[in-house]
Design a protein around this ligand. Structure first.
Ligand code: SAM
Length: 232
């Protein structure tokens, strides 16, 4: 059995080390229009440095996307806060994340009290993310490897789906896996260089689409995303 007590202690002591930087990050997020206190509180408490390689630890609370291996990045804190806030999540809601990456976004969702399902196509990233979930005691996050552009049918429908990679179009399969009574999908869609964020809400099968600002993401690679060849 994992010795969680000692691991939790080490998370806390790492966390305390960056208390000041984390507060500054929260102030920055507020200044950029993040107003959801629950989201801010969770991000204030979660040690972002444990989701990064140790030599990036000093940069953990910069508003930057940072490398996590396999050519991928952890999203910048503002992007995580923005997407999470836009979903207006309630505790116990079922949320599917496409693109586990470091596991930071999934951990924010879990700390908000959601039932979290997350998919990552790079197995080494998924394995590292799982270790972090264990370290935090977030054992109920369900994760798997594979192509998330086709969702995770087994546990559908979801109250919310968050896609943390840029897609060429909205994957139809993900829309179909939304709860028809108020399910929300947030997804960056556009070119390989930049994407517009979209919030899609399903109400009795009728979709309401809201266009949000532009962001920059690594590509969603998969059957209902970009193909590997598109990147060459
Ligand atoms: N949410 C992550 C975090 O908190 O660290 C950051 C995600 S990173 C910007 C995008 C991730 O999406 C990468 O790890 C990438 O490998 C993954 N990805 C891209 N296409 C995917 C697909 N079809 N299925 C699952 N994961 C995918």
């Amino acid at each position: 059995m994992l010795d969680l007590k000692s691991k939790r202690t080490s998370v806390q002591s790492t966390g305390n080390h960056f208390t000041h930087e984390r507060r500054q990050m929260i102030e920055f997020l507020r200044s950029r229009g993040i107003t959801d206190d629950r989201v801010l509180r969770v991000m204030q408490d979660l040690p972002r440095e444990i989701f990064l390689d140790s030599h990036f630890a000093v940069r953990s609370y910069e508003d930057s996307a940072l490398p996590i291996g396999s050519g991928q990045t952890i999203s910048q804190p503002y992007t995580v806060a923005y997407m999470t806030q836009a979903l207006r999540l309630k505790p116990q809601e079922k949320v599917l994340e496409i693109g586990t990456g470091s596991g930071y976004q999934a951990s924010v969702l879990f700390a908000l009290g959601c039932k979290v399902f997350t998919i990552e196509r790079h197995m080494p990233l998924l394995q590292e993310a799982k270790k972090r979930f264990d370290l935090l005691g977030y054992h109920n996050i369900l994760s798997r490897g594979g192509d998330g552009s086709r969702g995770w049918d087994e546990y559908a429908p979801y109250d919310a789906i968050i896609v943390t990679a840029g897609a060429p179009d909205v994957p139809e399969t993900l829309v179909k896996q939304l709860n028809p009574n108020g399910g929300r999908l947030i997804i960056p869609v556009g070119s390989l260089e930049k994407q517009k964020m979209y919030l899609i809400v399903s109400n009795e099968g009728k979709l309401t689409v809201t266009e949000l600002p532009e962001f920059m993401f690594v590509p969603l690679i998969g059957k209902e995303g970009w193909s590997q060849d598109d990147r060459k």
